[in-house]
Write a protein that binds this ligand. Structure first.
Ligand SMILES: Nc1ncnc2c1ncn2[C@@H]1O[C@H](COP(=O)(O)OP(=O)(O)OP(=O)(O)O)[C@@H](O)[C@H]1O
Ligand SMILES: [Mg+2]
Length: 464
């Protein structure tokens, strides 16, 4: 598809020069002779690049820039100024200009800059679908949490969002690290720019450098064209470096330099490109341990760990389970028009005891599965995966430790007995014959015990 360039320039000479330079088949060029005209074109045409003069009749270049940022967040603006005051250049960059050039300009330089923006828009297209997806489910309202631990994470997210500080998110797999990273970006002043995710473990080491910093044509075999990196794509926005613990030591050194100096050098290139990017990283590794084992650079760790956010595993915040279930019932049920009523206490009980090695993602998959397979009614114990119902040992009661204060051996024994009976009922899906057999009891004895102990056999599922 043809890319589209808007040239806003009141000087006829410059305008015709630029028109000639950009007369090429891959480019659709719009022209504006006043700022006001430029605003109209931005509203009406899907422009990719805006090349605008600073001083123009009507509104000036900065207003064009501000409008483009709002109306066409995917577009980039290059300012041209005849009066290169440092202040206007600085404020232009602050307002999110891609670059500014001083007149009289060198046509090659303008072509080069526009070329870079066009590469960038291609890189961004790859991310576009991801971004739309993220927008819909980006804010805090999609992070469910009622436990103290989760609320602490949420309040941290709110606090760090409007800063530019580097954030290091740690937590086991499936705890919601990416969700938190997205929330930070979309709550931040950078929300109208890109959030560019890079998974450092999914990309082989040699390629990761070019993925992050770009490369020039001919930098290595297969580098047929110059390509912008993810840092450039994230200019003005946020880069999310996921699984940062997997990054090779040599790349760690390069990343550290980028963070310190705020420019990137494409692979094979020698011209550094300034970037304004907020960095959020995540890992499920213990980075401190990685540092002490010599696998992760100490200096980079400190640079990344400015604001640490630790997301606790689900088993440390079981109070979140019911709210998460309700959330996922809604999320997966709504598009399909299938609504589960909720979860039975007996089933919830099982989930409460399960250790959740896959954390929230595992719970999400479970609910999605029940929505698909069952679609209505309540989540009951038999709806839960075998693996969870039969998880060895999750119902084991811990052996009480006898301390100074002593304990009541009768009630301790009773608790132990009750726990075993519950396990048997769970394992048998509530079938009393099978439960009794598992416990080496006659059915009648079990029924008697249940009555005496006031235990509900149904508590483990449908009556057997
Ligand atoms: N608090 C939460 N509220 C709602 N959904 C959540 C929550 N935490 C996690 N999820 C969901 O669980 C899934 C896993 O979350 P996410 O991908 O953010 O985890 P992660 O920590 O990045 O995992 P990994 O280490 O495997 O990459 C996602 O679908 C996410 O939407
Ligand atoms: Mg992740």
């Amino acid at each position: 598809m043809r890319k589209s360039l808007l040239i806003a320039e009141d000087d006829e000479v410059n305008l015709s020069l630029l028109r000639k330079v950009f007369q090429r088949p891959d480019l659709l060029v719009h022209e504006a002779r006043t700022g006001t005209e430029a605003l109209q074109i931005i509203d009406q045409q899907p422009v990719d690049v805006v090349l605008t003069d600073l001083k123009m009749p009507g509104v000036d270049g900065l207003a064009v820039l501000a409008h483009a940022r709002k109306a066409r967040p995917g577009a980039e603006v290059i300012l041209m100024t005849g009066h290169a005051t440092v202040e206007s250049a600085v404020s232009a960059m602050k307002m999110g200009a891609f670059h500014y050039i001083t007149k009289p300009f060198d046509a090659d330089e303008v072509v080069h800059l526009v070329g870079r923006v066009l590469e960038l828009t291609s890189v961004r297209k790859e991310n576009a679908s991801l971004r739309v997806l993220a927008r819909g489910r980006s804010g805090l309202e999609n992070i469910i949490g009622v436990s103290e631990a989760a609320k602490e994470v949420l309040s941290l997210v709110r606090k760090v969002a409007d800063t530019d500080s580097t954030v290091l998110i740690t937590g086991e797999s499936g705890t919601g690290k990416e969700l938190v990273a997205r929330a930070i970006h979309y709550l931040s002043p950078r929300a109208d720019r890109m959030l560019v995710p890079v998974n450092c473990s999914a990309i082989p080491g040699e390629l990761l450098e070019s993925e992050m910093f770009g490369h020039v044509k001919g930098a290595f075999t297969g580098a047929h064209a110059t390509r912008a990196g993810k840092f450039e794509a994230a200019h003005g926005g946020t880069i999310f470096l996921d699984e940062i613990g997997e990054m090779s030591p040599s790349l760690q050194a390069k990343l550290l330099r980028v963070l310190q100096e705020k420019w990137v050098t494409p692979v094979g290139g020698n011209k550094p490109i300034p970037v304004d990017v907020r960095v959020i990283t995540a890992t499920n590794k213990d980075l401190e341990e990685e540092v002490s084992e010599g696998r992760f650079r100490n200096d980079l760790y400190f640079r990344l760990n400015v604001i640490p956010i630790r997301i606790p595993p689900l088993r440390e915040r079981r109070e979140d389970i019911p709210a998460l279930i309700a959330h996922f019932i809604e999320r997966y049920g709504r598009p399909k028009g299938r609504f589960l009523e909720g979860i039975r206490p007996q089933a919830l009980d099982i989930l409460y005891r399960y250790p959740w090695p896959g954390n929230v993602r595992e719970l999400e998959n479970l609910v999605e599965r029940v929505v698909v397979l069952k679609g209505s009614g309540w989540i009951e114990p038999p709806d839960l995966p075998e693996k969870i119902r039969r998880a060895e040992g999750f119902l084991k009661t811990a052996m009480p430790v006898l301390g100074e204060s002593g304990l009541d051996i009768r009630s301790a024994t009773e608790d132990f007995e009750n726990a075993l009976i519950r396990q048997a009922l769970h394992l048998s899906g509530g079938n009393k014959n099978r439960a009794a057999a598992l416990l080496g009891l006659k059915r009648t004895t079990l029924v008697e015990m249940l009555k005496r102990k006031n235990l509900d056999a149904g508590a483990a599922g449908p009556p057997g």
